[in-house]
Design a protein around this ligand. Structure first.
Ligand code: ZN
Length: 702
């Protein structure tokens, strides 16, 4: 591992943060970022760092202080505020207390914060306070975990590092570990660092650089040893190409996602769903296909820090019948039910002796290992599942190294339970309340138009993962780029031509690959054309038929197959039009083809009800776009209508507003709100239409 310390970068940090935050915290920030950016050292909020310094109190006196990384903060990109300041003189005496339960420990930490509103520091804060050195770095380095998760780990560490390092057996992080670390240090104060078995590494120094360099040196030494003993990768029994694995994953993911969804007994929101992230690549496939695969990989995590993300054990799914859909579903359902049963048994084996009174968590696996497919990672949203995937990637690689040079021995079940059912750990995850569509995936067609983009925005704002689909082009790319600024990884752009059945199939598969399945389909793509029947060109009429009728058919048909495979119901919303109920002269092609698509959606509501798929329609009157998202429909028909009525763009909008009862201008946002009404299942409704037209008595469905 490379030492990335640079004097000039360090000076830049001092120049940037030194004046207000002090030089110590500036350098703490720099070195913490160097560590955080190295995924082989820490992953997603893992690890912690500290610096002992001083602050001036209100009397102008200097007071000793310690700054410790705040709980749940990520070392990568950390700001100076990411380290919480505490009164050091109040923390150090705690070392003499014989025991300190978590709640009392957090109370001590919180009542000795330097800022009343500061974030709670890491649960390892006292460990930092009890050690005397100025700078301390604590990482969960892959190479250290690969040495310590073995039956002979302690001996191995002693052989590799000799006297330079202290070795400490596994102790639950918190007060007991903090005291044990300080005691062990007192025995050997000349050591360069400390290896915490099945947990990680501690290094220290009088300067930020010293401590950082010690981490890099010790980790490099561990890496060097591992490289020497692991001469070749494990041989797979059978090889699978990533291409075949991906094909299988696309078929299997909705079934898997459906089986993982937890029934809620609430018909309006029948499942707590998950988002899936696959980890597919040749090394992973070879590892899963190796002789030692199952024994080696279906084992506890490398460090207890990963537990709240991964659960104690992954689910192993083998001998799946990929080409027999019914059998595949049975196999997956049975394996998940068995996993849940085992998880319950584990819970009850330990719950009674536990002091913590945390309710049992859901019994669903977070990492699913499937030979011939890869690792499937499970989370409540894309971000969450992505973190599980990163942990899985590092875990699989480290376990492979161990298997090639010895055998794996992870944490005991008791230790796993202690850490999994620990309130403090879960406070880290206590994120903002989930939005109504947080765990859902939507596919929207015609996303680039005014209505389509309005719907995408509304769904995204309500927590949904949205696949914006439209014809391939710059417009689609810029739409996704625009939304990703606000909603980051919850938006993807998928080129999809609804008139092409194969393209629809491929579009569905791409969304499934991205998130594991689809829960809501908004059929919005449509074309308009203005012509009297007398002048109608058949070719123009057929073009509308293709998009409005066949396009809807392709979407409904693919949706029906998908929802049956996923098996957890779903919602379809068709963007219809007021013209279905009240057609306009010269709108023959549009009104007739939209009426056909509307009728198809009603048929779908009849056919899919038994699968708990609700199909509803939203019928807007003319929607005008804004400067950013032009209405495609109006670009097509607007100028003609304007000419017919002798109006300009503004005048046409006024005309439409004036013709409805409420004298309202209809916006894409209004249409999107109606979609949300159905998507969130506010009422037990299917086959129904909501008009969004300001009140047009002729167009009110009846
Ligand atoms: Zn740790």
């Amino acid at each position: 591992m490379k030492n990335r310390w640079s004097e000039s970068e360090a000076s830049e940090y001092i120049a940037k943060f030194g004046e207000i935050q002090g030089k110590d915290l500036a350098l703490r920030t720099y070195a913490s970022r160097l560590i955080g950016e190295e995924s082989a050292l820490v992953l997603h909020g893992g690890g912690n760092t500290s610096v002992k310094s001083s602050v001036t109190d209100v009397f102008g006196e200097q007071q000793p202080a310690i700054f410790v990384k705040a709980s749940g903060h990520d070392l990568a990109g950390i700001e100076p505020e990411g380290h919480t300041g505490l009164a050091l003189d109040d923390l150090q005496p705690l070392r003499s207390v014989p025991e300190l339960p978590d709640a009392a420990m957090v109370n001590e930490l919180r009542t000795h914060l330097l800022g009343a509103g500061a974030a709670t520091p890491s649960i390892e804060a006292l460990l930092h306070a009890f050690l005397p050195q100025k700078f301390i770095d604590h990482t969960h380095a892959d190479a250290i975990l690969a040495l310590t998760n073995r039956p002979d780990g302690a001996q191995l560490v002693a052989e590799i590092f000799g006297d330079e390092v202290i070795v400490l057996e596994y102790i639950l992080p918190g007060f007991d570990l903090s005291r044990a670390v300080a005691d062990a240090f007192d025995q050997k104060p000349q050591a360069k660092g400390m290896v915490l078995m099945k947990h990680g590494l501690l290094t220290w120094g009088e300067t930020a650089q010293q401590s950082y360099v010690a981490t890099i040196e010790l980790v490099s030494q561990a890496e060097g040893w591992l490289k020497k003993v692991v001469s070749q990768a494990l041989k797979p029994k059978e090889t699978t190409s990533p291409k075949l694995a991906l094909q299988r994953y696309r078929k299997l993911a909705p079934v898997l996602r459906g089986c993982l969804a937890i029934p809620t007994q609430n018909a309006d929101s029948p499942y707590r769903r998950f988002i899936l992230q696959p980890l597919i690549g040749q090394p992973v496939l070879d590892l899963l296909g190796s002789k030692q695969g199952r024994e080696m990989l279906q084992s506890p995590p490398l460090t207890s820090d990963h537990l709240i993300r991964t659960k104690p054990l992954p689910l192993w799914l083998n001998d799946l019948q990929f080409d027999d859909a019914d059998r595949l579903r049975e196999q997956i359902a049975a394996a998940i039910a068995e996993y849940a049963k085992q998880y319950d048994a584990y819970y009850w084996r330990h719950a009674e002796e536990s002091d913590e009174k945390l309710e049992r968590f859901d019994a669903m696996p977070r990492t699913i290992l499937i030979p011939g497919v890869g690792a499937v990672c499970v989370g409540r949203d894309k971000k969450d599942a992505g973190i599980v995937r990163d942990i899985a990637a590092h875990t699989l690689a480290a376990k492979a190294v161990i298997a090639a040079s010895g055998s794996y021995e992870g944490l005991s079940e008791k230790h796993l339970f202690e850490m999994e059912y620990r309130g403090l750990q879960h406070d880290k995850l206590a994120a903002a309340a989930e939005k109504p569509l947080h765990r859902s995936v939507a596919l929207v067609t015609g996303a680039c138009g005014a209505i389509g983009s309005g719907i995408c925005h509304e769904l995204l704002a309500n927590g949904c993962h949205v696949a914006a689909t439209d014809l391939l082009g710059d417009q689609l790319e810029s739409l996704a780029a625009e939304f990703s600024q606000e909603f980051s990884e919850r938006i993807i752009a998928v080129p999809l031509d609804v008139t092409d059945e194969a393209a629809v199939e491929e579009g569905f598969a791409q969304v499934i690959e991205a998130w594991g399945g689809i829960d809501l389909i908004v059929i919005n793509a449509g074309l308009a054309h203005v012509s009297s029947l007398a002048d109608m060109e058949t070719a123009a009429f057929r073009k509308l038929e293709q998009v409005n009728v066949e396009g809807t058919l392709h979407m409904l048909s693919a949706a029906a197959r998908h929802f049956k495979a996923q098996g957890t119901g779903g919602d379809i919303v068709l963007i219809s039009t007021k013209n279905v109920f009240a057609p306009g002269a010269k709108f023959g092609a549009y009104s007739a083809t939209k009426a056909a698509s509307h009728q198809l959606a009603r048929i779908a509501s009849l056919e899919l009800a038994e699968f708990d798929v609700r199909v509803n329609m939203v019928a807007p009157d003319g929607v005008f776009g804004d400067a950013k998202h032009k209405s495609g429909l109006w670009a097509e028909v607007g100028p003609d209508r304007m000419r017919a009525r002798g109006l300009d763009e503004q005048g046409l909008e006024e005309y439409y507003r004036g013709r409805n009862l409420l004298k309202q201008r209809i916006t894409a946002e209004h249409v999107a709100k109606a979609v949300m009404f159905f998507a969130t299942r506010q009422t037990p409704t299917t086959g129904a239409t909501i008009p969004v037209d300001g009140g047009l008595p002729d167009a009110t469905p009846r």
